[in-house]
Write a protein of this length. Structure first.
Length: 317
């Protein structure tokens, strides 16, 4: 038997210690802080542009501050002046008239338009575009167009006089209440297309089987509207009512443009927002009084929203 020996060069080398394994690096993430970091820009913007101005307005409402002049604390004097100011009550009356005059058409007319334009007929796309066009136009441009239409020498009065319907121009823009109703007309005209699109989106989700079942029961178009379409639109109608009423209560641009910035004869067609502007602008502006009107408007708007939401909850339940 022969034996074979390995030379020193051929002897395998063995390490005296096992190789160390590198541990994976673990990065600790603070999960609770991550959402706050993501929301930080939005929260900062809300604090700077919403919360701070609101708190500043509350503080100013208890002072006699004016532009470039630091005011002193005067308690509830601004609120007493507000309640004793006849222009405040006139502006509040105008806002209530605006809500009553603008909200029902903005709830009902867009639904009727949506029922008409949802049918597949030639040219219906052009009709939808024409109805929606006022929505993309600014309120200032819309107001200037209607100023030209409703002026004493505008389109409506000129055509009516030419046809012999009237002998003297109708003061659409110079009468206290006609100016208010003209502004309501502009608001309704500009909002029809927007709310029509909302109704169209909801109508597309109404099951066709309900209409077919109603037709099998002998229901005509009118009956199907009241028994099928209207119940399906109830929550949407209530939502549009809430949104449009809040917007109507804070109206500014329509009245401002149609009246040329004067608020009508003697300012008697002004809204609460116009009163805030008139009282708080200029070097002699009463910032304290203007802030008090702003706080009252905020509280009235909040109360109106609560009433609308409670009515919505009751009707849905």
């Amino acid at each position: 038997m022969s034996t074979t020996t390995l030379s020193a060069q051929e002897t395998p080398r063995t390490s005296s210690a096992p190789a160390r394994r590198t541990k994976p690096v673990r990065v600790r993430t603070h999960a609770p802080l991550t959402p706050w970091l993501l929301m930080a820009p939005a929260l900062l913007s809300a604090i700077v542009f919403v919360l701070f101005p609101f708190l500043n307005t509350v503080v100013l409402s208890f002072t006699d501050a004016r532009p470039l002049v630091g005011g002193s604390f005067n308690g509830l004097q601004n609120y007493r002046d507000l309640l004793a100011d006849p222009m405040f009550w006139i502006a509040l009356r105008n806002c209530l008239i605006y809500v009553v005059g603008a909200v029902p058409p903005l709830v009902i007319l867009p639904l009727l338009l949506a029922m008409l334009v949802r049918k597949s007929v030639p040219g219906i796309g052009a009709i939808r575009t024409a109805i929606y066009t006022p929505v993309i136009a600014s309120v200032v441009v819309t107001g200037l167009i209607w100023t030209w239409i409703l002026d004493s020498r505008g389109l409506v009065n000129s055509m009516a006089q030419w046809l012999g319907v009237i002998s003297a121009p109708i003061p659409f823009l110079t009468d206290e209440f006609l100016l208010l109703f003209s502004s309501i007309l502009v608001t309704v005209w500009q909002g029809l297309g927007y709310y029509m699109v909302v109704y169209l989106a909801v109508l597309a989700n109404v099951p066709r089987s309900l209409h077919e079942a109603a037709m099998m029961d002998g229901a005509g178009p009118v009956r199907r509207f009241f028994t099928v379409t209207l119940p399906a639109m109830r929550s949407t109608m209530l939502l549009i009512g809430v949104i449009s009423s809040l917007a109507a209560f804070r109206v500014f641009s329509e009245i401002f443009v149609l009246s040329g910035g004067t608020g009508g004869p003697g300012g008697r067609s002004s809204s609460l927002v116009m009163l805030i502007r008139e009282a708080g602008t200029g070097l002699s502006g009463r910032l304290g009084y203007s802030s008090a009107v702003s706080i009252v408007l905020f509280l009235l708007t909040l109360a109106l929203m609560v009433v609308n939401l409670r009515l919505t909850y009751r009707k849905e339940s």
